[in-house]
Design a binder for this molecule. Structure first.
Ligand code: FE2
Length: 182
């Protein structure tokens, strides 16, 4: 599945621009982490793009988040290798996995918003966001409070945190204009 195909599919189910931005930001991190871990960059990017495809449909009923996304994806012929991680990323319900893709998705899902928030503090300039910025803001729990620090730290199983912050920042820089950043 190509990036533009995945984004088009996402947009058949998600209208909110902020949510679409969240998905492509998470995907940019996933792609960069895949490259670092020797995994399939294209596939991990698609997983990132599609991970919240059911978010508007479940309309706050998180007991169906992930499993509905899985169904949507399987129904249109997207394979288990992409739909499976989408289903399992509902941490509260499904978390019993320690595979690289599942851990990378939960960490990317949470770091992407933190980095966007860091860039917004700098007036939207992501080039001003460094590993040190992220490290500092990780400790300030009231900053971007919705970004779960424990789930970001799960990536330590595979990558040290400072390196992960750099990978995530660099990944998101590649699509900065799409995210409304510079
Ligand atoms: Fe998400």
């Amino acid at each position: 599945m190509q990036r533009d195909e995945a984004i088009a599919l996402l947009k058949t189910h998600v209208r909110n621009e902020g949510l679409i931005n969240h998905c492509i930001a998470t995907a940019a991190v996933m792609k960069a982490v895949a490259s670092r871990m020797g995994e399939d960059e294209n596939k991990w990017e698609s997983i990132g793009i599609l991970h919240d495809i059911d978010y508007e449909e479940v309309n706050g009923d998180m007991s169906h988040h992930g499993s509905n996304g899985y169904k949507i994806l399987m129904d249109v012929g997207v394979g288990e290798d992409i739909a499976g991680p989408v289903k399992r990323h509902n941490y509260e319900l499904c978390w019993d996995s320690d595979t690289p893709v599942d851990i990378a998705l939960t960490a990317s899902d949470n770091i992407s918003g933190l980095i966007i928030a860091c860039a917004l503090v700098k007036g939207g300039d992501i080039s001003a966001v460094t590993e040190k910025t992220v490290r500092k803001k990780m400790k300030d729990r009231s900053f971007a409070a919705g970004c779960n620090r424990e789930r970001i730290k799960m990536i330590e199983k595979f990558i040290e945190l400072p390196e992960f912050y750099n990978i995530a920042i660099e990944g998101m820089k590649n699509i900065k204009t799409e995210l409304g950043l510079f």
